[in-house]
Design a binder for this molecule. Structure first.
Ligand code: NAD
Length: 487
């Protein structure tokens, strides 16, 4: 097995096995080969993680913020120094091409650790003058935070949750997706090597049942989940009944709006990135591409020409642009939606089925697929597909496209392409989406808050905003005079 870790979990500063927990495999999506066999956490393992996190958090919270920051920045450097090995591991676990994982996974995780490492020592609180007496606030950690990841950006998601949590003095128990369990263990190794005390960052493996046990554990103060809307609803229910702080990063069906004055090739590039990067397995993808009727045919022609150049193939070859989907169930789901698009009457512009890559006959590859003449009522325009399937819809006016773009339960992201600066800001201001781009798509620098409105999420990751989601404010009134009482 090419990527077998020393044991399934990382708890209290070391690898731990739970031989009695249910066994599950990590598969290489290009071949279907088993690359690692792990065991889900049993109840004793979960309790061990909680107890070491409790101890570790006390030590970590008492560590000066500047020192916590220094340690997180050191962890960022360790990820960078190991970027190639981490990227290869991520490629084996997810099937995403090395061309992507070398720049978008551990690298983004390192940026995040560096950013929150830099921020840690700058966090200050308020002094409130009350005319003689005064009050001040203290920004305090929440305690034990649980992070639960999706399978599309495993180490990036782990870092996006761990970095702000640890910067604020919390401990974290992270449960990766059972589909991609491996890279979070490497993050745990890096944090320990950088100087994070044992117990402060722990990795516990398992499926949704393990996640649910962590979410409802009385010792846990906060939960942050990246996943689908149905999972988000379940977690919110559990977190609500146990009164936990909550961040939800969920799914989307985001609009990318191309006005008639859009720069054609930039707009095509954005549509490609917004639908085919990571084989379309990105939550913020702009899968509803609204194209002004006057631009439509030129856009579709250029898009089809450029999509024909996509190289599908060996994910470990840096020349490959598109790898397989993460799993057989995901492949079946995406192929099912492509058939739905055909039966719904959308016009197939390119792609339209599984891709056959000679050297990888068992790989879960899908052709980058574009449907045109898609209408708002079609399922391919309403439901999250999470694969390389683009729906192109026509529009005529600004008001019309805004209303149609917003007519969804989702609200994760949105993009607008136009050279009219006033229109760009006017339209963005009316879109119900948490993360927006003007003349760009899917860029997520750590400095910028990321997250969704409506059913796409609660709370934000990244940016200064994330600090508020991993800390709590204590107000302290200080009396400088006498205390009056009625009797
Ligand atoms: P998923 O919802 O199936 O699983 C996500 C995680 O939740 C997994 O670790 C899973 O084990 C866990 N889980 C499942 N049920 C649970 C429960 N009852 N209690 C606690 N944990 C539970 O999602 P997925 O298939 O891994 O990922 C794809 C989805 O994630 C897509 O909908 C995508 O849009 C979304 N996503 C969102 C973002 C974002 O930042 N908004 C980023 C990436 C992916």
């Amino acid at each position: 097995m090419r990527a077998q870790p020393r044991a399934s979990h990382f708890i209290g500063g070391g690898y731990v096995e739970s031989p009695n927990g249910a066994a599950f495999d990590s598969l290489y999506p290009a071949t279907g080969d088993v690359i690692a066999r792990l065991h889900a956490a049993d109840d004793l393992t979960i309790e061990a993680a909680i107890s070491t996190a409790r101890e570790g958090q006390k030590i970590w919270a008492a560590t000066p913020a500047a020192e916590r920051g220094r340690i997180l920045r050191r962890a960022a450097e360790i990820l960078r120094a190991n970027n190639r090995a981490l990227s290869e591991l991520e490629t084996l676990d997810t099937g995403k091409p090395l061309q992507e994982t070398l720049i978008a996974d551990a690298a983004s995780g390192a940026d995040c650790l560096e950013y929150f490492g830099n921020l840690a020592a700058t966090l200050t609180s308020e002094h409130i003058d009350l005319g003689g007496s005064f009050a001040y606030t203290r920004r305090e950690p929440l305690g034990i935070c649980v992070g639960i990841g999706a399978w599309n950006y495993p180490i990036q998601i782990a870092c996006w949750k761990a970095a702000p949590a640890l910067a604020c003095g919390n401990a974290m128990i992270f449960k990766p997706s059972e589909v991609t369990p491996l890279s979070a263990l490497k993050l745990a190794e890096a944090l320990l090597e950088a100087g994070v005390p044992a117990g402060v960052f722990n990795v516990v493996q398992g499926a949704g049942d393990v996640g649910a046990k962590l979410v409802s554990h009385p010792a846990v103060a906060k939960v942050s989940v990246t996943g689908s809307v149905p999972t988000g609803r379940k977690v919110a229910g559990l977190a609500g009944s146990n009164l936990k702080h909550l961040t939800l990063e969920l799914g989307g069906k985001s609009p990318l709006i191309l006005f008639e004055d859009a720069h054609l090739d930039n707009a095509v590039s954005a549509a490609i990135n917004a639908n085919f990067y990571s084989s379309g397995q990105i939550c913020s993808n702009g899968t509803r591409v609204f194209v002004h009727r006057s631009l439509k045919e030129a856009f579709l022609t250029r898009l089809a020409e450029r999509t024909a150049n996509a190289v599908l193939g060996d994910p470990l070859d840096e020349a490959t642009n598109i790898g397989p989907l993460v799993s057989k169930p995901q492949l079946d789901k995406v192929l099912g939606y492509i058939e739905i698009g055909k039966t719904e009457g959308a016009r197939l512009v390119c792609g339209g089925g599984a891709a056959h890559v000679a050297a990888f006959p068992q790989g879960w590859f899908v052709q980058p697929t574009v449907f045109a003449d898609v209408t708002d009522d079609m399922r391919i325009a309403r439901e999250e597909i999470f694969g390389p399937v683009m729906s192109v819809l026509d529009f005529d006016s600004e008001d019309e496209v805004i209303a149609r773009a917003n007519a969804t339960e989702f609200g994760l992201a949105a993009g607008v392409f136009t050279r009219d600066i006033q229109r760009a800001h006017r339209v963005i201001a009316q879109l119900a989406a948490g993360t927006c781009w003007i003349n760009a798509y899917n860029l997520t620098p750590i400095e910028m808050p990321f997250g969704g409105m409506k059913s796409s999420g609660i709370g934000r990751e990244n940016g200064h905003t994330a600090i508020g989601h991993y800390s709590q404010v204590k107000s302290v009134y200080v009396e400088m005079g006498d205390v009056a009482a009625a009797f």
